[in-house]
Design a protein around this ligand. Sequence first.
Ligand SMILES: Cc1cc2nc3c(=O)[nH]c(=O)nc-3n(C[C@H](O)[C@H](O)[C@H](O)COP(=O)(O)OP(=O)(O)OC[C@H]3O[C@@H](n4cnc5c(N)ncnc54)[C@H](O)[C@@H]3O)c2cc1C
Length: 395
Amino acid sequence: MATAEKVIKPDFGTRKRHFIFTEEHDRLRESIGSFVERELAPHAEEWERETFPNWVFKRMGELGFLGLSYPEEYGGQGGDYYCNIVLAEEMTKANCGGLAMGIAVHTDMATPPIHLFGTEEQKQRYLVPAIKGEKISCLGITEPDAGSDVAGIRTRAVRDGDEYVINGSKTFITNGHRADFIVLVTKTDPDAGYDGFTLFLVDLNTPGVVREKKLEKLGMHASDTALLSFQDVRVPAENVLGEVGKGFYHIMWELQGERLIGAAGCVAGAQRVFDRTLQYALERKAFGREIGHFQVIRHKFAEMATKIESARQMVYATAWRFQNGEYPVREISMAKLHASRVAVEVADECIQIHGGAGYMKEYGVERVWRDMRLNRIGAGTDEIMLEVIGRSYGL
Ligand SMILES: Cc1cc2nc3c(=O)[nH]c(=O)nc-3n(C[C@H](O)[C@H](O)[C@H](O)COP(=O)(O)OP(=O)(O)OC[C@H]3O[C@@H](n4cnc5c(N)ncnc54)[C@H](O)[C@@H]3O)c2cc1C
């Protein structure tokens, strides 16, 4: 029976598990979280300077974290999509956005198309070693002259007997310097519109692949970002990934998972910087009291918490639909748009609450802002998300 005491006492302190997660996800969270805190987070500063080392892939492969939702027959853990959400969330504990991004590109961007569209032989050759962390992957969509406008890419693959000859360039490619292979978006028939694109699996040590300079960035310093060029690169026809001519549709599918995982990382990152800043606001004093007790600051926290919670609910509800076989492109775009904006707003407000300390590298809050800022651009800009959402209403 509900007693008066129970009814009137709000349980602010309880952290109830969201309904999409089970006890098994809790255990996974615990094991990824403690690994990240013990083995990755201590290196965050060093990796900000020199990018994170390749052994991270090997180690995460050994622990089974690179194939959480892939079938056991390929070395995966056979889990559901929510396991990938847990990974994205727990990786934020490394305090190293570039590291989280490098891993997410491998687990949730470059390898899912191999699992869904790849032949058995391709899965054995690329997916199995990728899950073990023995081969590192990257994804090549963006080019110097085409990013948002994916259909405007110019990288050409021309059939020549049993091979294709590839020419073109890709830019801003995460993991591009360290990767063993790339999932490459090309045009095979420039006159066929959306039916003229084809994906390829290209080994990056193939003659004609040039890894140009490492690109310098505002944030995400622990990740490597490459400009790649392909000069008469010969690839066997069996390296076509999926159907010839269907690459545009394949990559649009890939982008949905990429966006949802990105959104989950944004929510978790925002929550982390919120928590740290809350602690700061309860300790830092001005005018004789803790700054968190000024109404203005209290309201900043209230605003931030409300925004984070709204983004979290969008991500989880959309993940539930995705896991249950729907293809909720509109909601994924909304979740990506909202979560990345929230993360940037929260990081910005946390800098403000830290005052001068927020501007100092020592406190790591400015880094969260610099890292998070990418999310409003990468995997489809805010403006492109608004286009997808707007057009979904027939406009
Ligand atoms: C650090 C980093 C890592 C990345 N990693 C990868 C990766 O691993 N693989 C990969 O393929 N790509 C990667 N990208 C590329 C990223 O996805 C693109 O930068 C992004 O899609 C935007 O493309 P763009 O840079 O060419 O901008 P543009 O397309 O040139 O856009 C410029 C501006 O115009 C706006 N705009 C464009 N079209 C429209 C429109 N129709 N309506 C309204 N506004 C519009 C955009 O929103 C933006 O504000 C990465 C980018 C960065 C910065």
